[in-house]
Write a protein that binds this ligand. Sequence first.
Ligand code: GTB
Length: 218
Amino acid sequence: MIPTITAFERSPDRGQGLARDMRVRWALEEAGQPYEIRLVSFGAMRQPAHLALHPFGQIPTYEEGDLALFESGAIVFHIAEQHAGLLPHDANARARAITWMFAALNTVEPPILELVTVRIVEGDKPWAGERLPLVKERIRHRLEQLSARLGDADWLDGAFSAGDLMMVHALLRLKPSGMLDEFPALAAYVARGEARPAYERAFDAQLAVFDAAQGRGT
Ligand code: GTB
């Protein structure tokens, strides 16, 4: 059965692939699975039909037969469990790859999201200027630790896995800030992720949605 995922009708990132449907698209491309997209507006995300799928009124969601999921991590994990290519077969290696998925979502991504919050959401607050360096220091600390663990390896634990997919996508959010370039090993790691044909297909698909919306002027 071909799953349907939701994505922004018009992504605020202007097609940079930073919204979280990108992770799901990338996982499906890595798994070689076709998928359908249902585009939703911000208004539609607040409506009962979407809230029934996603209690927090967000994207992405994932529908496959009578299964409906939300949370990009849970969706990517589901895809990785169902199809080869995203999680190793060896039980210990598999558990470690899943650990990296959690690390991406729970340990590395949160300080990165704080940067967006302090810059955009809280940018006009009188204390934002004082908070920004603290947030950046927390990010740098995590990046130092992650870079030390990665060392000169291509991926976090052997072959590319869903753990790398989640980590690369979380790190991508830092690209516009230039902070990633302070850590050449991590910048190269992210570039390796972006160079994967599955990533490129997923990126092009989400960019096509943005370009089409631009063309329609919607
Ligand atoms: N924990 C959830 C998950 O991992 O699936 C978080 C889902 C989430 O944050 N969804 C966002 C959303 O629906 C889109 S991805 N937001 C609308 C809302 O809450 O009303 C986050 C995102 C948004 C915009 C950019 N950007 O412009 O660069 C990047 C990422």
